[in-house]
Design a protein around this ligand. Structure first.
Ligand code: URA
Length: 296
């Protein structure tokens, strides 16, 4: 077994599963994503060969350059839908958006802490801004705080967080050193329910500003809520994973991979191998982009 495979086996516990089928993993909380399509029902997944170069056919870009240059009529493309224009999302007050859109890190953190834009603020103990160095080149986006995150103020500190940390460690990422972790919503939805469209709409300007300030080189989107909010799609995680998307925020255009949320993996450990394939795809793309930038 090569070293990388061994790391994956350890991080994701990909070895034989002795748990009885149908019995949930201990501590796996009944959070979102049970409505995500099981792997058996998914369309064929695309996996690029190792050493994928940016711009290769496996990279999903809504407007490939070659295709764009062949168009007889260069009419402006409407581009992908703005995530805040996704169906069912309303926008927060314009004044608040303007302030957040021009804030620096300290102002943004203070704005999150004092936010009362939606009813999630009424039930929270702590806001959960995000964690990691501001120089991180990787950004991981989850859904929203659970009970332990609400108590500690830090994202992904519960059982799903421990799995996430192990997954990230397997590709050399560590929240103390080189990856920033944030959520779509910064306050805990009651009972770990999915955040509502209006709650997401209120909170999204914070996350979008975090993306702009961080200017990451790669984004990992965990689960359906993060993928839908950031990519402006309603497609299933099963159909979005296994390929490189483009995440557009302000002037930024960042490659992004969608994978299963760790909470989902705790309930469906048989999907961990696919999550590992997504992590490898993300790492390969990140490294290939680095090589291309350096001219290697
Ligand atoms: N799940 C999330 O999406 N985020 C957290 O911070 C914790 C659990």
């Amino acid at each position: 077994m090569d070293e990388r495979r061994q790391r994956a086996w350890q991080a994701l516990e990909l070895g034989p599963l002795w748990r009885l089928r149908g019995v949930p993993a201990a501590g796996a909380h009944a959070a979102p994503e049970d409505d995500e399509a099981p792997a058996a029902a998914l369309p064929p997944q695309r996996f690029p060969a190792p050493g994928l170069e940016p711009g290769s056919p496996a990279v999903h870009d809504p407007l490939p350059r070659a295709a764009a240059s062949m168009r007889p009529d260069p009419a402006p493309s409407p581009g992908p839908p703005h995530p805040e224009d996704a169906p069912g999302l309303s926008r927060p007050p314009a004044g608040a958006q303007v302030e957040v859109a021009s804030s620096g890190w300290p102002e943004l953190r203070a704005a999150v802490q004092s936010c009362r834009a939606c009813s999630l603020s009424e039930g929270r103990n702590r806001t959960v801004f995000g964690v990691g160095p501001q120089e991180a080149r990787w950004l991981v986006i989850g859904e929203g705080p659970g009970a332990e995150e609400d108590a500690s103020g830090e994202p992904f500190v519960g059982q799903a967080g421990r799995l996430l940390d192990a997954m990230l460690a397997a590709i050399g990422l560590d929240r103390q050193r080189n990856v920033f972790i944030a959520n779509v919503v910064k306050c805990r939805p009651p009972g770990n329910r999915n955040p509502l469209p209006e709650e997401i709409a209120c909170c999204l300007p914070f996350l979008r500003r975090q993306v702009e300030l961080l200017a990451p080189q790669f984004v990992l989107l965990l689960g359906r809520v993060a993928a839908h909010a950031m990519l402006g799609t309603e497609a299933s995680v099963g159909s979005l994973r296994g390929q490189v998307h483009r995440l557009r925020v302000g002037a930024l255009d960042v490659p992004a991979v969608v994978t299963w949320h760790p909470s989902y993996l705790l309930r469906r450990p048989e999907e961990k191998a696919l999550a590992w394939a997504d992590l490898c795809l993300a790492q390969e793309h990140f490294e290939a982009a680095g090589r291309a930038e350096r001219g290697d």
